[in-house]
Design a protein around this ligand. Structure first.
Ligand SMILES: *Cc1c(COP(=O)(O)O)cnc(C)c1O
Length: 396
């Protein structure tokens, strides 16, 4: 792969800031330009766009045997998660949710709304769920039929060990549902290697589209068996799939412009070199940014082993002159939108590595952070001792 030059990643249009966030994120100009015309949702041109999109996504998922189908769903990623859970988990089933952050919690909350029996292994803010404890939970409760795992838990940025989890779930003969929202497209998720019933992702994460829909890649057999499961008319994945197979259309109004932008984003993804190249660029972004921030004294929540190439959590500095709201404004004034933290124990913030950005942009982020610290009169970005003690728990 050729190294991307900065010229390929021009500043966003109209002086808009870079989004160092986990989606919506900074998109390519060509992706946004693909939205500058209108499509009829019923028309053959748009039906062909939907078909092309689904075929590309299935190829990305490694569905060589044609055992899976792609079902897009209108709405943000959570709508697609809810559609997957409500449709693929029958009413009498029981789900084990592996939670280590906000998105695992949201999956459990969704099941609560849906009235689906579930139990949670809650690892707190960021400890990864590991194979032996999942195995023990499945051994202890033969009633558990499904397991929900979060691929990259975007709230801390941890990359969960999805391979080892998939292995024990399959060995115990249970069905795995994966929230790969912030990982698919940049991290390998090949259904021929990671046994699962279905996984879900959305338009505005690692494929670098704009927000407006999610998609579920599910076993055809699971979709066939899902008839009548859904609590919701609009979020019925089985009905959406059947209608799509029959007519080539989405049920109800599709986000036509968003689909057009997504097709362009998929083209750019392929031209860049697919999942491997996308993941490599994000890893370079992360490594450049983390090294620069550490040189300023900042510390990451996670040890290198668990750092995803998607988003990184940093502890707030201990220096009383540090104020996150001020830091945010100073970063924004320099053209960078960062993200607040989501930890409950210590104060933190997050910087995303995904989107149409390269290491030159990430060096700009670090320079901007150094400038912001100087403006605030923060001499050193070292976190408080309590934060480092918290981190030591993870390493243990
Ligand atoms: C982004 C994301 C979602 C969906 O969030 P929405 O705000 O509904 O798009 C779900 N799970 C994970 C892990 C995510 O990163």
């Amino acid at each position: 792969m050729q190294m991307a030059t900065q010229a390929e990643f021009p500043r966003p249009d109209g002086g808009a800031p870079w989004l160092l966030t986990p989606g919506p994120l900074s998109t390519a100009t060509e992706t946004r330009q693909a939205m500058l015309r209108d499509w009829g949702s019923w028309d053959g041109d748009f039906r062909a766009m939907t078909a092309a999109m689904c075929a590309r996504l299935l190829a990305l998922a490694g569905d060589a045997a044609g055992e899976f189908a792609c079902v897009p769903m209108q709405g943000s990623g959570s709508f697609a998660v809810e559609a997957m859970l409500g449709s693929l988990v029958p009413r009498g089933a029981k789900v084990l949710v592996l939670a280590n952050g906000a998105y695992g919690q949201r999956a459990a909350e969704t099941l609560r709304y849906l009235g689906r029996d579930h139990t949670v292994i809650d690892k707190g803010d960021y400890m990864p769920p590991r194979a032996p404890e999942v195995d023990a939970a499945l051994e202890a409760d033969a009633g558990i039929t499904h397991v929900v795992a979060i691929h990259c838990e975007t709230s801390s940025g941890i990359l969960n060990p999805i391979e080892e989890i998939a292995e024990v779930v399959a060995a115990r003969g249970r069905k795995l549902l994966i929230d790969s929202m912030s990982a698919f497209g940049a991290l390998p998720l090949n259904v021929s290697e990671i046994p699962c019933e279905a996984f879900v992702s959305s338009a505005n994460k690692c494929i670098e589209g704009v927000p407006g829909f999610g998609f579920v890649i599910a076993r055809r057999a699971a979709l066939e068996a899902a008839r009548g499961n859904s609590h919701s008319l609009a979020l019925d994945l089985h009905a959406q799939w059947v209608y799509l197979e029959k007519t080539g259309q989405w049920r109800y109004t599709p986000p036509t412009h968003v689909v057009a932008a997504f097709l362009k984003a998929l083209e750019i993804h392929a031209a860049e070199g697919g999942v491997a190249a996308r993941g490599a660029r994000y890893r370079d972004n992360r490594d450049t940014m983390v090294a620069g921030m550490r040189a300023l004294g900042f510390e990451t929540l996670l040890a290198d082993r668990w750092l995803s190439p998607i988003i990184v959590t940093f502890f707030n500095p201990a220096d009383p002159a540090f104020d996150f709201a001020r830091f945010y404004d100073l970063m924004k004034a320099q053209g960078f939108i960062i993200y607040p933290g989501k930890l409950t124990v210590v104060d933190s913030f997050r910087i995303g590595c995904i989107g149409r950005m390269d290491t030159a942009v990430m060096r700009g982020v670090v320079d901007a952070a150094a400038h912001a610290l100087r403006e605030m009169g923060v001499r050193d970005a070292t976190p408080p001792a309590v934060a480092l003690a918290e981190r030591a728990r993870l390493a243990a």
